[in-house]
Write a protein of this length. Sequence first.
Length: 387
Amino acid sequence: MAAGLSQTGLDQLSKTAASHVADDKVPGLVVLIARGKQVHAEAHGTLAIGGSPVVRDSIFRIASITKPLTGAATLAVIEEGLIGLDEPVDRLLPELSHPRVLRRVDGQLGDTVAAQRSITTRDLLTFTFGFGFINEMFMMPGPLPVVTASHDLKLSTIGPPDPTVQPPPDEWIAGLGSLPLLAHPGERWMYNTGASVLGVLLARAAGRSFGEVLRTRLFEPLGMKDTGFWTLEPDRMATAYRSAPDGLVVWDEPDGAYARPPAFEDGAGGLVSTADDLLAFAQMLLRGGAPTLSAESARAMTTDQLTAEQKARGGLGPDFFATQSWSFCQAVRNDGAYGWAGGFGSNWHVDPNNDLVVISLTQRMHESAAMPPVHGDILDAAYAALA
């Protein structure tokens, strides 16, 4: 029995996880719960339908759980003095200097006004720099002109990340800079794109690739040996699936998009990882940032960083900010827990009040903005297991 976790609760957790595993549900999953120094982990199902078993160190595409890692790396680079939290990004990202803003989010690309101020690093970290997912995009009868233009430029920032089409960083940021913003910097929260831009910013600030920034500032100090933008061991990676009317269909094979270096290392959703690597990152934040961040930076990453005015415009739905807010590249709940989910089938949850980490990794893509039942049920079971 793990300290602070009841054996009865862990047995029920196993039953809950196993109940979601099937060829037409989730082919395989890894669940990891940690409380204090005690860790309970288990694997169920297969890496692919009819394939080899999932094991504890199987590799999964973590999609948007990449974002908190990008946020932490940004704070590390800020602590080094290479960029400033409230510094305009113009010095290193001239492509984003003097931005224009659409008069209407559904307006034509030329119908713009000058932005009221420059974009800052803080705007990127809090997703308030003026570009990204907004709820209105899901309510329009057709794609917005700016979304169509983004797709034409192969930015893959309004929708799932796609490392097979995204251009190299300089071309990517030039493409984004050619588009108008959807809101003035600092005006409202917009999902996703800020973390992608941070990857380009950090690479230029450090004079090396974004992947190298992550490796030297986070992965090596924390022992995250299996986390990166691609893997040399595709035999350990789960096949990615999406739902279809007749069941699950393959979205990406283990030797596919994440088995080779991408042209663009996407800070919003490009990483692969394991449950234990994500645990190492969570434990760093729980112990106040050591050895990678100061206590001040760790505290900033895990507390609300949005203003009431920024939240008033809504997030991904009218109730998005009812029980949570946003810090630096991750959600923070009203009860003090923090974390985020990955749209390719993962969830990462840290509760400092209970010294609890809950990680669930699957290979089935989310079908909506709501948390899939498998992750919600595992989270509930984890809390039920607290002694």
